[in-house]
Design a binder for this molecule. Sequence first.
Ligand SMILES: [Fe+2]
Ligand SMILES: [Fe+2]
Length: 403
Amino acid sequence: MAKIGILGGTFHPIHNGHLYIAKQAMKAFDFDELWIMPAGIPPHKRLSGDISRFERLEMCQAAVSEMKGVRVISDEIFQTTKSYTYETLQRFHARYPENSFYFIIGEDSLDSFAHWVHPEIIASLATIVVAVRSQHSIDDPVFLQKLRDTENAFHGKFEAIPTEFMDISSTRLRELLSEGKSIKEFIPEGAWRYIQEHRLYEATMEANDTLRKQIQKDLKAQLKHSRYEHTLGVTYTACALAMRYNYPLTEARFAGLLHDWGKFLSDEEQLHFCRKHHIPVTEAEEKAPYLLHAKIGAYVAEHTYNITSKDVLHAILVHTTGCPNMNLLDKILFTADYIEPNRKEAPRLEDIRAMAFADLDMAVLMILEDSIAYIEQSNRPMDPTTLETYEYYKTYLAERGRK
Ligand SMILES: [Fe+2]
Ligand SMILES: [Fe+2]
């Protein structure tokens, strides 16, 4: 009887984190073989980067070619309908009834396991191996209870193994590739060679470049000159901050370019645009329709330019008022909008510019303080979100200071 470990995933691309999990599982359970099983993608759904199934399969094969006991299996990758784990395991079981299977899942998947299709069949056909961040997390009583509860609920066997946390994700690697950067240090050598030889992922890079040029052309045609210059200033500054805080440049760039797209529309036109596209308008926006250009920018980014990054869309959406607990790109865009090189008027501008590269949260708070003072002074309507955001960052930084 052979013991087989199975590690599924999109592997787009396969990286060192995957192989680390594979190695840890092999060590813990002494598998006779570990199977890397790339997932099938329904034919109507294309993977970004335009990489074919064959290429994804061969890239995985190249990645593990020197790993003893590891092989890549193509059971799911060539399926044209959605492949369900329970069906795959049933097939394996019928084909190799003498083998025992260990199906490896991530810690997050334990939470959603009950919602998989036929979890009880999966649990009856394989031991479920949960790859957990560290031994420390495994010893956590809350986690252990969850593991035992799931085990009891599905009458299966659930085990946990520690896999040292590796800060790599395929999404982040694709982002780096789309920027023309090397991901050599994050992926197995064979996979890197394969990507280079077959010039994989270059399509993403070219597509991003074409889209950026198109957006820039459109903006130049419709924004007035000073607004266009401001947009470029925000884009460059957002990129500089993204470099400082290690954020993907492509996303920072698109967020910067599109944040003020709606600014060429008059107040009336902005209200009309929102009504036409069923974008909800708040009371504060009714009074100050210029605030709507943020929602319009996010809408256009998604629907006209097909930007799918949730972070980009969110950053554009909150760039005028901010919001409590902003994510990194939100803060980058919010700050870049205020400090970009064409800005001259704001008080404390030099201080905020310096602060932005030292402590982004503090820069955000300073911008909010000064913006609120300006809005009050000039008797302009205040969006309550601006005040909420200010309160949030004031408290957050005060608490941080006490630690
Ligand atoms: Fe704006
Ligand atoms: Fe702006």
